[in-house]
Design a protein around this ligand. Sequence first.
Ligand code: PMP
Length: 453
Amino acid sequence: MLSNSLVELDRKHLIHPVSSFRGHEARGVRVLRSAKGAQVTDAEGHTLIDGFAGLWCVNAGYGHESIVAAAADQMRKLPYATGYFDLGAEAPIRLAAELAERSPGDLDHIYFTLGGSDAVDSTIRFVRYYWHARGEPQRDQFISVEQGYHGSTSAGAGLTALPGFHEGFGIPYSWQHKISSHYVYRNPVGPEPQAIIDASVAELRAKVAEIGEERVAAFYLEPIQGSGGVLVPPTGWVKAMRDVCSELGILFIADEVITGFGRTGPLFACEEEGIVPDLMTTAKGLTSGYVPMGAVFMREHVYQTIADGAGAKAVGHGFTYSAHPVSAAVALEVLALYEGGLLENGRTMGARLMEGLRSLADHPLVGDVRGRGMLAAVELVSDKAARTPLPASLQPATRLFDRAWDAGLIVRSFPQGIFGYAPPLCCTADEIDQIVERTRTVLDQTLQDPEIR
Ligand code: PMP
């Protein structure tokens, strides 16, 4: 009853992110009511395993009383403090220091935002400011990677490479350029790692030459592409791109909004390749989704250049909720939980998840299994040998999502027929095994679909 009236109110009044308004009206909302650990319960009382940690963000899992207590204590003590006018609060200062201590290299200066999109947008502004300060304001061209996702602000969505984020919005802008993804399973140069790395290096160099070396400001990548379908680059790819940027004097920006905070194993995925980006964006796992927050990490040389360039002038970029004390208090507790065992559990469970998903590889619908840590994908095909994507008529994004739901599993079902997994790091072995088994159930059911034949 309660659920029915909510569905009606939702249909009438709530606009959902990245949704077909009409499609959503027709389908209606599924209301979630409560959650604990890696399991969520809907308004009808069905309990499901959340194999996607909300939106790849609830890394710590649901229902941690210590996080609730940290937020409540902070709200009681000081629910808000601006960072304007040289003011501040204890929690964000402590959080910045803790993050700087753990970040790769000298990424020691932290700018807090409300989420990932405004973190990316902030980097665009800082990059422009940096080149002005360096006396090279003509460096105003940005390069990112096809299949990449860098948020949904106007500027960030132009770095994002998903057509649905561009059509009808007048983006990307003329200063936004792309190079091909590494997409190993469907790379025209084949799956051999060095061939993919060489091709990407050559393409980035060619793109920079085409734009004009003296005009390129920055290059953006995700250590693992998330929203493009969980595309894992060959080992060494990220470092090779970093090296090209260093050689050509272009700022290198790692967008770790998904990969940060234990998702792939270490605290930050950049650590795996031993690289230090000039700027790094994070969000999601920073607060485990309990409250909104993102963070831009800035290297010493970028910070000093901007500081010297501005002199006594204010750097005109800020939000009312920059460095929100409640979000910071939550993030501090979340960090303690990660280091108190969740990162380690995530690494163990990540290995189990990959092993389990790989056991599906000989299913007739499975073309590719890929991932690292607690971030994985199964790419479905209707013909394995030809790597034929599932037919669009099957509507994977909704039909396969529904099927997984009915099997008791929340999974990301990408429109091109890819299942994405990003379970909470707190998962038990049994929950990981259930994620795999429920996926197998969905695959077996889908094999019976008339569209497959
Ligand atoms: N960058 C990446 C790599 C992301 O995956 C996302 C969100 N999925 C964003 C930026 C944007 O973050 P938000 O949705 O918090 O604005």
